[in-house]
Design a protein around this ligand. Structure first.
Ligand SMILES: *Cc1c(COP(=O)(O)O)cnc(C)c1O
Length: 350
């Protein structure tokens, strides 16, 4: 047998939301609608020339994003989903044994990409209110810390950090540490106090903002994300990437999604409203549900987590269980959400 890295056995597995035939999937924070027809058309055209390699520098999409976001293209690095960029950040910034701080629970890729990148993951438990514990995260920073991931809004709890708290936090993070603001759910935010991370870039050079086309833009299956950061770090992210990792159909899809962004954002706001409605209904049914700023909500069910997931599946709804902490439920179509609510109302109380 090929000798493997001895630390691979400690690698946490990325558990994807299950797809169960005949059941509705509220497990992966996707928007339930298919890609926009204009996007599907653009993908079909790109597929017709897919015998050719894609543009390795992703020039057209990068320039379009730069114009759209009002930043220089040198500050943007695209990737095969923003999860790939999480890994590229570790690869570009961390030497073996350096530390990566993140809230827990948060996005399950953070510990995985840290270990793969030979860095040490440092999870910091959330507050009792299921939010990032920013004081504890600051206290966890050492001389070896190189990255702090801040997931805003946080997956899977749906909670979000307000501008004043975030600005205060960033001012206190030492200069040798990169703050990565993972804003995969930015388009679903309804509270104006929650900052757009791009507005913090100029005042804070040691920041990278991560965005994705997987959620509000409905392109999870095509894999496009991007980082906006200082030009030298953006350049480093490109240099550690797998060549051609953003396919031509993916580049075409992302460009076309920007053409119809207003439509996509309206649908995203509707999904976020559904998540808030579910949260309110679940609270009315007696569940604890923290305020959500995303297209999903969080049920901190502790030891009852697995039982809830099985009960939901009996009602033909797949949820995402993080046993023994809680269940994350993505907002689907209204009738799908109704199925989840019915399952929740009949869940036997402990
Ligand atoms: C879904 C998600 C991403 C984006 O994943 P892609 O790789 O772009 O599909 C990034 N961060 C968080 C917190 C997410 O939930």
């Amino acid at each position: 047998m090929t000798p493997l890295r001895p630390d691979l056995s400690s690698l946490p597995a990325y558990v994807a939301g299950r797809t169960v035939p005949g059941a509705v999937k509220l497990a992966s924070n996707e928007v339930a609608l298919p890609p926009h027809p204009h996007v599907q058309q653009a993908v079909a055209e790109a597929v017709a020339v897919a015998n050719r390699y894609p543009d390795i520098t992703v020039t057209t999409l990068t320039q379009r994003l730069a114009d759209h976001l009002g930043v220089a293209p040198e500050r943007i690095a695209t990737g095969c989903g923003s999860v790939a960029l999480c890994g590229q950040l570790v690869a570009a910034v961390c030497s073996p044994g350096d530390e990566v701080v993140f809230a827990w629970r948060s996005f399950e890729a953070y510990p995985i990409v840290s270990v793969i990148g030979h860095a040490t993951p440092v999870p910091v438990p959330n507050t009792a209110g299921h939010e990032h514990d920013l004081e504890a995260m600051l206290a966890a920073i050492t001389d070896r810390t190189r990255i702090v991931f801040v997931c805003n809004p946080n997956n899977p709890t749906g909670t979000a950090i307000r501008r004043r708290e975030l600005v205060d936090f960033m001012a206190r993070v030492p200069e040798h540490v990169l703050v990565v603001l993972d804003e995969a759910y930015a388009e679903f935010v309804s509270d104006e106090e929650i900052p757009d991370g791009l507005t913090l870039l100029d005042a804070h050079p040691h920041v990278a903002v991560l965005r994705t086309f997987s959620k509000a833009h409905r392109l999870a299956g095509l894999r496009v994300g991007y980082a906006v950061t200082a030009p030298d770090l953006a350049s480093a992210l490109r240099s550690v990437s797998v060549p051609f990792s953003v396919s031509a159909p993916a580049q075409a899809a992302a460009l076309a999604a920007l053409d119809v962004l207003d439509d996509l954002l309206a649908d995203a706001r509707a999904a976020a409203a559904e998540a808030r409605r579910m949260a309110a209904e679940l609270r009315a049914a007696g569940f604890e549900v923290p305020e959500t700023q995303a297209n999903f909500c969080w049920l901190p069910l502790g030891e009852r987590t697995q039982a809830f997931a099985e009960h939901a599946l009996d009602h033909k709804v797949v949820v995402r269980a993080f046993h023994p902490t809680g269940v994350r439920v993505s907002a689907g179509a209204p009738d799908e959400n109704e199925m989840l609510l019915e399952a929740a109302r009949s869940f036997p109380r402990a």
